[in-house]
Design a protein around this ligand. Structure first.
Ligand code: MN
Length: 248
């Protein structure tokens, strides 16, 4: 039976992770290792300057007072004591599309699995007032089954985004580019000092002929983007080399 490690960034008590874990039990032995508290937008952070503790909740569920990346490492080294066959991160309350994946703790949990050489999947659902995780959980099981059966290129992991309602099918996508629409709400505290809230959910995405993750979810498909941790712009290398050689 395959061993499946499940994590998230919304925290161990988020209903999304339990919907995901319950659905994945059809495929293997599921162990949940998730942050004690919400760690959304924490990216790929690794906790190095304080100790970490594991709180066993029973039933194969463990809380770690750290980040999703911490959870994957402690899950593999301390709890499972071996590499699982699959890491799945989610189901996140809110999409992780396009350039936003760089902020995402959900995506980072899957990325850490991939960096450890384990097939890995991140799953995110559209943010709505009430969450129905059923379609996202079903999509996650379909992709997880494929990930267990097939070999991707090493270090590649999959980023799934799901809209509300029954999906039309799956679409393999690219990351959309985010147009610059970050909004910062400036306020003044009772002592006259300024403070700031970075506003979420104001993203605007650049369309690209239907190829992007954003377009796929807006058109009712499950978006599946193959991602890698290597951010090198290979196309830029020759030009950069020429520029540096010409100058120095
Ligand atoms: Mn989150």
């Amino acid at each position: 039976m395959p061993a499946i490690l499940v994590t998230n960034d919304d925290g161990v008590s988020s209903p999304g992770i339990h919907a995901l874990a319950d659905a994945l039990k059809a495929l293997g032995e599921v162990t949940v290792v998730a942050p004690t508290q919400e760690a959304s937008a924490i990216g790929h952070a690794l906790t190095l300057r304080r100790p970490l503790r594991i709180d066993a909740h029973g039933g194969g569920v463990y809380a770690v007072d750290g980040t999703p990346t911490d959870c994957v490492n402690l899950g593999v080294d301390v709890i499972l004591k071996r590499r699982p066959d699959l890491v799945v991160s989610g189901i996140n309350k809110g999409w992780n599309l396009g350039d936003d994946v760089t902020y995402s703790g959900t995506v980072a949990g899957a990325m850490e699995g991939a960096l450890l050489g384990i097939p890995a999947v991140a799953v995110s659902l559209r943010r709505t007032p009430e969450f129905d995780f059923s379609h996202a959980a079903e999509a996650a099981v379909t992709v997880a089954r494929a990930a267990l059966a097939h070999r991707w290129p090493a270090r590649t992991f999959l980023n799934i985004n799901v809209n509300t309602g029954p999906p039309k099918g799956f679409r393999v996508t690219t990351q959309a580019r985010r147009n610059h629409v970050t909004q910062i709400d400036s306020r003044v505290d009772p002592r006259g000092q300024a403070y700031y809230w970075i506003e979420e959910a104001l993203d605007e995405w650049h369309p690209d002929g239907g190829r992007t993750d954003y377009e796929a979810v807006m058109e009712g498909y499950v978006s599946v983007t193959p991602l890698q941790a290597d951010l090198t712009d290979y196309d830029a290398m020759e030009t950069l080399d020429g520029v540096l050689k010409a100058r120095f």
